[in-house]
Design a binder for this molecule. Structure first.
Ligand code: G3H
Ligand code: 13P
Ligand code: ZN
Length: 305
């Protein structure tokens, strides 16, 4: 069933698991994720970025997810990194059950104001709101340590922000970055910062940029011609620690992109005489399902639906 994220994420924080939130752009990714959630009895969030909405069209995305949500599992349809208030308003009106307003690059007061506006729209329809504070960048992406400390989420500011906006969950920056190239040297998150934030903010916390950038999947992609290079993701052990400390929603896009790409490359290579695209999409989908299942086991969401 299609549900709002609020009580699901509150339960996740209370019970120390995290709800997986997968980015979807099309039917293949959605079906792959739903196959994993159904097999492992995991609640699941499917989220669409503004670029995904541009790519597929909001109408198609909503219609597909409504069908997916006929599964007897909690399914949340969520706007990821909404920056355009018009798009968020439309999503709320047309049937999304959760939205993120990402004002993290705005001045603090503007972020508060716009988040409050989104909360007013969403709460009137019992839809949950994720907000963000802090700059989502890798640990080495700052000019120096002082700049890094100032740009990652400040615990006191996060507490004030969460209270002022009445958001339902809060995305924080503790050293993760989007994409496949998260770290140049050692992979490390600022878990001490997370601990301080969690002590002050009693709401579900959200970890973006959380893909593991799985080596075995990259190996397949590279065996069939991809040139991925020095990609590096978040360690499973850090994800586990972060969930123990209060992360209740973990966002995954890159790991599914890599699996989709690896699966397609392998199938296209192995089936040179085939022109039926389904023969390429099916194995790619199986690989995405396999990756989604790994995440559900890692996050402790398997069996929670
Ligand atoms: O946070 C970003 C997500 O990975 C979505 O990426 O804007 O290319 O759809 P996208
Ligand atoms: P990854 O790029 O690590 O998968 O992060 C995805 C994300 O945060 C989507 O909002
Ligand atoms: Zn993100």
């Amino acid at each position: 069933m299609l549900v709002s994220a609020t009580s699901l994420l509150q339960r996740a924080r209370r019970e120390h698991f995290a709800v997986p939130a997968f980015n979807i752009n099309d039917l293949e990714i959605l079906k792959s994720v739903m196959a994993a959630a159904t097999e492992l009895r995991s609640p699941v969030m499917v989220q669409t970025s503004e670029r995904a909405i541009e790519y597929a069209g909001m109408g198609y995305l909503i219609a597909m997810v409504r069908v997916a949500a006929e599964a007897k599992l909690p399914v949340v349809l969520h706007v990821d990194h909404g920056k355009n208030l018009k798009t968020i308003h439309e999503a709320i009106k047309r049937g999304y059950t959760s939205v993120m307003f990402d004002g993290s690059s705005l001045p603090y007061e503007e972020n508060v104001k716009k988040t409050q506006q989104v909360v007013a729209w969403a709460h009137a329809k019992k839809i949950s709101v994720e907000a963000e504070i802090g700059a989502l960048k890798g640990m080495e992406d700052f000019v120096n340590v002082a700049a890094r400390d100032a740009s990652l989420t400040q615990p006191d500011q996060a507490a004030n922000f969460a209270k002022a906006t009445r958001c339902d969950s809060l995305a924080i920056a503790i050293g993760t970055a989007h994409g496949a190239y998260k770290f140049k040297g050692e992979t490390h998150l600022d878990l001490a910062r997370l601990k301080k934030i969690a002590a002050l903010v009693n709401k579900p916390l959200v970890l973006h940029g959380a893909s593991g950038v799985l080596e075995d999947v990259i190996d397949i992609a590279e065996r069939y011609g991809a040139k991925i290079g020095d990609a590096r993701g978040v360690l499973d052990s850090d994800i586990k620690k972060a969930i123990k400390l209060g992360i209740a929603k973990v966002n995954i896009d890159t790991d599914l992109r890599l699996a989709f790409t690896a699966g397609i490359r392998e199938a296209v290579h192995d089936l040179p005489k085939v022109i039926d695209p389904r023969k390429f999409l099916e194995p790619a989908s199986l690989l995405m399902t396999e990756v989604a299942k790994r995440k559900m086991k890692l996050f402790g969401s398997a069996g929670k639906a």
